[in-house]
Design a binder for this molecule. Structure first.
Ligand code: ARG
Length: 579
């Protein structure tokens, strides 16, 4: 909120000095100061602006500062070096805002002035095969974005565009026909279908004719063959049950699960429309959309009449536009599909969907410790369930060691340990993913993700329990204290630094949705936890010098705990009260 206020004020001050269309770009150069001695925030736009205007940046900075009205918020701005504008927020302003946050469910974070409607397309596994490590990223990033956008007051429609109509069904249809173990199928459909899937995949690698047989089964399904459709309807619930189990464990839920099959009977008319409107044309028997300067077209109908992934995505866009009327559609999908989405978005714009923001929220690959895509020893993709189990198993060890080492002996029951381990294990896995810049690849490491120190969920959850334990030890009724409206006091720099950091929560959320990067939020939480550590080292809380200081510091502790709690919640991660 500080940053957005500063931006507003600077926007007014910039006025006609810069073209209004360039204001945002300049205002983006207002940043948090890197050295607290020079202030809390720094505006660095005078240099590029001076260059553009052919004037000395320092003069431009001086002119802006002259017009700038921040008296209520900051001390007099200082101009440094070539034209940096340094700003220091006034203590009484911080203190007022902190008091407001104490009494506010939302921790002082306002809702956006002009809410938008977002459709978020994420997770979207191809069902009929078990989910694997690659699905973590889309699922976890998409979920965090949905939660954060919603908290900021936007309308969010989450839609799991599952692959429930593709070749993988041809594979299990073929497998079922030839190799099903009826008893095993009756006993556990999910497991038997997974076995058939793996078996057929292996056979396809070995013999080409199996591949053709599978394609034939898929084509029959798409053409409405009754027997294949019947089997497909029988298989699908089992496949959904399988992924739902994973989602339950991850705490992820969708508003809609409209898979590829949902669009099947809309594909023909989309292609007709594309042809009629001159967007697509025939080439070598296939129907294609061509793009300027590109040799490779996007095919929407093959020579044999089959529709493609892209056709389904166009039908999906049409449906979403009509049904949800979104301002933006986000696709949280692997970066390797970049070209596909470029094409789909361009074609959709030609179809008249030119006002909506289409966004491919792409992400990199999960790597093994050897720096290559993460696989099992035998070269298979790593199953998601087994990763969750392993994370929880390791978390259980950490919880047990920690509990056994407590000065007065263990405090947790077996059941408590188990629940804590689940929360800590799954949290670690999610956070590890979210804390990496999504566009980079990252190395999957259980040791790193469960480290008690560092930018991990475990560190954050531990920080949370430590803060909360202060209230228990001091027998503090923190909720009552919140209501009493006692003032926050800055007696030492560490208190002010923590207070300022707490008020940056809103800023971190804005940054996280600005270009859809949850790592802005994890980075913020890490900074916050570190500020808190310093504060806790330097300031006595329960044994504070005066009662007023004690209460003020307890409230800073409480705000820290609540901010960590809320921040983790927006990332889809739970806290525990003890560990
Ligand atoms: N099922 C696809 C895959 O596994 C991802 C779908 C992404 N969403 C979309 N609308 N294309 O590659």
């Amino acid at each position: 909120m500080i940053l957005s206020l500063l931006k507003e004020r600077f926007r007014d001050a910039l006025g006609d000095l810069a073209d209004a269309s360039r204001h945002d770009e300049l205002l983006d150069l207002i940043r948090r100061g890197s050295d607290p001695r020079f202030g809390d925030y720094q505006a660095n736009f005078a240099m590029p602006l001076g260059k553009r205007l052919g004037r000395r940046p320092r003069d431009v900075a001086a002119e802006v500062v002259d017009r700038l009205d921040v008296d209520d918020l900051c001390h007099a701005p200082e101009i440094a070096g070539p034209g940096f504008i340094n700003l220091r927020v006034k203590d009484d302003w911080l203190i007022r805002r902190l008091a407001a946050a104490v009494g506010d469910e939302r921790l002082g974070v306002g809702e956006v002035g002009s809410p938008r409607t977002y459709v978020v397309d994420y997770s979207a596994p191809n069902v009929a095969k078990p989910m694997h490590v690659g699905h973590i990223r889309s699922t976890v990033i998409g979920d965090a974005l949905c939660r954060t956008l919603r908290f900021l007051g936007h309308t969010v429609v989450s839609d799991n565009h599952i692959g429930d109509w593709g070749t993988q069904f041809g594979m299990i249809l073929y497998g079922y026909r030839h190799f099903v173990d009826e008893d095993a199928y009756q006993a556990n459909r999910v497991e038997e279908l997974a076995r058939l899937y793996r078996l057929v995949r292996q056979l396809m690698d070995e013999r080409d004719e199996i591949g053709s047989a599978v394609l034939a089964e898929t084509a029959k399904l798409h053409a409405g063959d009754e027997e294949n459709l019947r089997l497909w309807r029988e298989f699908l619930p089992a496949c959904e049950e399988e992924i739902d189990g994973v989602y339950r464990r991850l705490g992820v839920a969708f508003d809609h699960t409209l898979g590829e099959s949902f669009y099947n009977d809309r594909l023909g008319s989309i292609v007709d429309e594309l042809i009629e409107r001159g967007i697509a044309k025939e080439s070598d028997g296939a129907i294609c959309v061509f793009f300027k300067g590109q040799d490779v077209p996007m095919i929407v109908r093959k020579q044999d009449g089959a529709f493609l992934y892209a056709t389904t995505d166009l039908a999906t866009i049409r449906y979403r536009m009509e049904t949800f009327r979104p301002d933006a559609i986000l696709y949280v999908v692997d970066h390797r599909q970049g070209m596909h989405f470029d094409h789909v978005f361009a074609a959709a714009r030609r179809m008249g969907h030119d006002r909506v923001e289409f966004q491919h929220v792409s992400f990199g690959t999960v790597l093994g410790e050897d720096g290559r895509p993460f696989r099992t020893r035998s070269g298979d993709t790593v199953g998601l369930e087994s990763l969750l189990d392993e994370a929880v198993r390791r978390a259980a060890e950490i919880v047990a060691v920690g509990d056994d080492a407590k000065p007065d002996g263990p405090e947790l029951s077996a059941g408590q340990r188990e629940r804590i381990a689940e929360t800590v294990g799954i949290g670690a896995l999610k956070y590890a993913d979210l804390s990496h810049n999504r566009t980079s690849d990252y190395v999957f490491s259980f040791d790193k993700m469960l480290a008690m120190n560092g930018n991990t969920a475990t560190y954050m959850q531990y920080a949370y329990t430590r803060v909360r334990s202060i209230f228990r030890r001091g027998d503090v009724d923190i909720e009552a204290l919140r209501r009493r409206g006692v003032p926050i006091v800055f007696s030492l720099p560490a208190e002010r630094a923590l207070g300022l950091e707490l008020l940056r929560f809103a800023e971190a959320l804005d940054l996280a949705v600005l270009d859809y990067r949850p790592n802005q939020l994890t980075g913020y939480l890490f900074d916050l936890a570190n500020r808190y550590s310093t504060f806790f080292e330097q300031c006595h809380v329960l044994k504070a010098e005066t009662d007023a200081l004690r209460q003020s510091r307890l409230l800073l502790c409480d705000l820290t705990a609540r901010t960590i709690h809320k921040g983790l919640e927006l990332l889809g991660i739970d806290v525990v009260e003890q560990m």
